[in-house]
Ligand binder design. Structure first.
Ligand code: AMP
Ligand code: ZN
Length: 114
């Protein structure tokens, strides 16, 4: 998707601190971290929002969760705990319209999230 900043990160057209990449996903540090660990895990396929997921994406989203789990362990936040979430559309707080899992950790999380 030409105007999508996350597609540009995937295509290395804009820089990002990529910490993991394979044929299906890319993970990189959030540019405005909300916690000591704040990583975004995105699919290489452009999907705008959670609403656009089809049954064909089921395996991909499951895989993104597996990558989040693996990175949480590698980053040393798995035992203390962490949060994984996806925002959808305006009221959900979505700013970038290419789906992404936020992996947040390294501090106490609060609920409700606000
Ligand atoms: P969301 O509000 O769920 O759409 O999250 C978008 C996230 O992308 C925010 O946490 C931003 O800080 C982050 N972000 C936006 N642009 C970049 C970028 N160029 N590199 C890394 N993270 C970014
Ligand atoms: Zn995109």
């Amino acid at each position: 998707m030409p105007d999508c900043i996350f597609c540009k990160i995937i295509n290395k057209e804009i820089p990002a601190k990529i910490i993991y990449e394979d044929d299906r996903v890319v993970a990189f540090d959030d540019i405005e971290p909300q916690a000591p660990v704040h990583v975004l895990i995105i699919p290489k396929e452009h999907v705008a929002t959670l609403n656009d997921l089809t049954e064909e994406h089921t395996e991909l989203v499951g895989y993104m969760t597996q990558v989040a789990k693996k990175l949480a362990k590698e980053l040393g936040i798995d035992e203390k705990g962490y949060r994984v979430l996806m925002n959808c559309n305006r009221q959900g707080g979505q700013a970038v319209y290419h789906i992404h899992l936020h992996l947040l950790g390294g501090r106490q999380m609060h609920w409700p999230p606000g």
